[in-house]
Design a protein around this ligand. Structure first.
Ligand SMILES: Nc1ncnc2c1ncn2[C@@H]1O[C@H](COP(=O)(O)OP(=O)(O)OP(=O)(O)O)[C@@H](O)[C@H]1O
Ligand SMILES: [Mg+2]
Length: 298
């Protein structure tokens, strides 16, 4: 059976010099990352569990306390981070040092496919037609590498990377961000989420990521009428996952329509004054992250 060639085996006598370009980009990537103190990936494997909402809240909370924060939306097909952080949709400025990130709420520097596409336009990968799926993953990886390597992030205290759903995508992201300071795995109490996130944990452990943590999102719903908190899921999947794997559970975040409403309008709820249990829980998660990264005293 014919075998697909890797980048390094592609011979380009006419000039594209693919392997050299990729190598140069990877070198730029390494240089960029040397000016970033901590990269934190917010992932799951599971879709729709709140990765982007939590990424936006973490980034906003960190920036609001004066840290230099970048937010990279690694979800090329379903980009949502720019909107959640109210990053300007004006064309991104290009300088010799790369593309300037858009500036969002509290000064977060944001890059997202959303900033490059016209409203309502889907991402379309141009491919040769046959074996399009092979090209697609190559193009996606290339686009992501550009996102991270060709952006003039400047010096950052933290870069929050919002991962797309899918364990395979997580693996690809790790090939570009080989040494994240932490990977925060967002899950819900559901059993379905537990099974998917368990696979991500195996993958991340095999890749040697040093610091893994869990955040259980949508862990309960507080009835605004009676004030009682009720579980949203019948299961206790996040706690079971933490107990079975030894990955610490850093936060249990309530379901609160205000989280969705605030991210919808680009003003993450952590920017609101203390008092809302959801905002307080997200702020506590931010403190926990900083403590674990030894950026503040416990
Ligand atoms: N705790 C919560 N309470 C209420 N709404 C929430 C909560 N967490 C997330 N949401 C909302 O649920 C929706 C899905 O969340 P989000 O887009 O962050 O998930 P995701 O894991 O990033 O999804 P995808 O896998 O598609 O990237 C969003 O509208 C978000 O604002
Ligand atoms: Mg998302």
């Amino acid at each position: 059976m014919a075998r697909f060639r890797t980048y390094n085996e592609v011979l380009e006598p006419t000039g594209a010099k693919v392997p050299e370009q990729v190598r140069a980009q990877l070198e730029r990537l390494a240089r960029r990352f040397s000016a970033i103190r901590h990269t934190v990936i917010v992932a799951s494997g599971k879709g729709g569990v709140g990765k982007s909402a939590i990424s936006a809240n973490l980034a906003a909370a960190l920036a609001a306390e004066g840290r230099r924060v970048g937010a990279a939306d690694a979800d090329l097909n379903g980009p949502s981070l720019a909107r959640m952080l109210a990053a300007s949709t004006a064309p991104l400025a290009v300088s010799p040092n790369g593309v300037a990130p858009a500036v969002g709420v509290a000064g977060v520097r944001v890059v997202s496919m959303d900033l490059l596409l016209a409203a309502d336009a889907p991402v379309r990968w141009r491919d040769p037609g046959h074996a399009g799926f092979v090209w697609q993953s190559t193009l996606e990886t290339g686009a992501l590498r550009e996102f991270l390597a060709d952006v003039d992030w400047g010096a950052l205290d933290l870069l929050i990377v919002d991962a797309p759903p899918g364990t395979d995508k997580l693996q690809r992201l790790l090939s570009l961000v080989p040494r994240p300071s932490a990977v925060l795995l967002v899950t819900t109490p559901s059993e379905t989420a537990r099974h998917v996130v368990a696979r991500s944990i195996s993958l991340l452990r095999a890749a040697g990521v040093p610091r893994l943590a869990l955040a259980a999102n949508m862990a309960g719903y507080r009835c605004p009428a009676c004030g009682r908190t009720e579980p949203l899921f019948a299961a206790d999947g996040a706690r079971r996952l933490a107990a079975a794997t030894g990955v610490p559970l850093w936060a249990e975040l309530p379901f609160d329509p205000a989280i969705a409403a605030s991210t919808d309008v680009g003003r993450p709820i952590v920017l609101e004054p203390a008092g809302s249990p959801a905002a307080d829980a997200l702020r506590a998660l931010t403190r926990r992250l900083l403590t674990e990264l030894r950026e503040v005293d416990p």
